[in-house]
Design a protein around this ligand. Sequence first.
Ligand SMILES: C[S@@+](CC[C@H](N)C(=O)[O-])C[C@H]1O[C@@H](n2cnc3c(N)ncnc32)[C@H](O)[C@@H]1O
Length: 269
Amino acid sequence: MTENATRDQRTLNGIGEIWRWLMHRGPKGTLKHISKKGPRELLRLVKLYLRTIRAHRVNRNFDKRYRINTWGGLRADQMDIVGGNQDCSEIYAPMPEKTFHHVMRSIDVDFQNFTFVDYGSGKGKILLMASEYPFKKIIGVEFARDLHVVAEKNVLRYENKKQCCFDIEPQLADACEFILPEGNCVLFFFAPFFGPVLHRVLENIKRSLEDNPRQVAIVYMDDDVPHSKIVEVESAVVSWGFFFSHPLRNLPFDPGALMPVQGKVWLSR
Ligand SMILES: C[S@@+](CC[C@H](N)C(=O)[O-])C[C@H]1O[C@@H](n2cnc3c(N)ncnc32)[C@H](O)[C@@H]1O
C-alpha cells in the first residue's frame, strides 16, 4: 500500500469510528470522548469530526431542499436483498452532489439521445440529480428492497425547477441480471460492488455492445481510495478495444463527501 493509500485508509477508519460514536453517544458525548485523547490524536480526530459533521449537514440540507430521504443507510447484511450477491456489495452511501454535477458537465455527449443507468441506485439520489439533464430516460438498478422502496417514494416526492427528465424508473434487481437498454447509454457506477459481480456486470455490458454496437459512456466513481476498483474497471474496459478514456477535469473539493471521491470516464468509439 502506498503512503497516500495508508493515510486514506486511516481517514476512512477514523470517519467510521466517529460515525459510530455519534450514533451511540451523540455529538456532546463524542466530543467528550475525543477530548480524552493525546494532543496529536485529538487534533486528527477533531478534524475528522468536523469533516463528518459538515458532510452530514450538507447531505441533510439536500434532503430538506427536496423533501426526500437519501442520507444514511444500512449495510447489505442488514437488508432484504434480491439475488444472493450481498458478499460483493459496498455499503450504501449517496453520491455527493457537487462531484456528480462536475462529472456530468465533463461528459461531452448529447444527453437527449441517451438513457442514463445508475448501477446500485440506492435511495435514488443519482437518479434525481441526473433528471436535471435532458436524458430520454433514467433507470436505477438496486438489489436492496428497503432502499428501492425509499427510491420510489423519493422519485414521487421530488420537485425541482431544473428537472427536465421525468421518465425515471427505479428497478428492484441484481445488477448481474440487468439487461442494457437499446440505444445510447450513460452507465454510471458509484462504488456499488466488486469481485465476481463487477466482472459479470462488465462482461454483460461488453456482450451487449458487441451484439448491438452503440454509443456508450461508462462513468466509474469511487470514494474508497485504498480499495479503489478504478484500475480494474479501466483495464477491462480498455481491453475490449472500442472504448477510450475521456478526460475528467480535476474534481472539486466537495463538502458533502465523507471521503475524497475519484473517478474516470470512458466513451465508446
Ligand atoms: C455506494 S452506494 C451508491 C448509491 C447510489 N448510486 C447513490 O449514489 O446515491 C452502492 C449501492 O449499490 C447497491 N448494490 C450493491 N450490489 C448490488 C447488486 N449486485 N445489484 C444491485 N445493486 C447493488 C447497494 O445496495 C448500494 O445501494
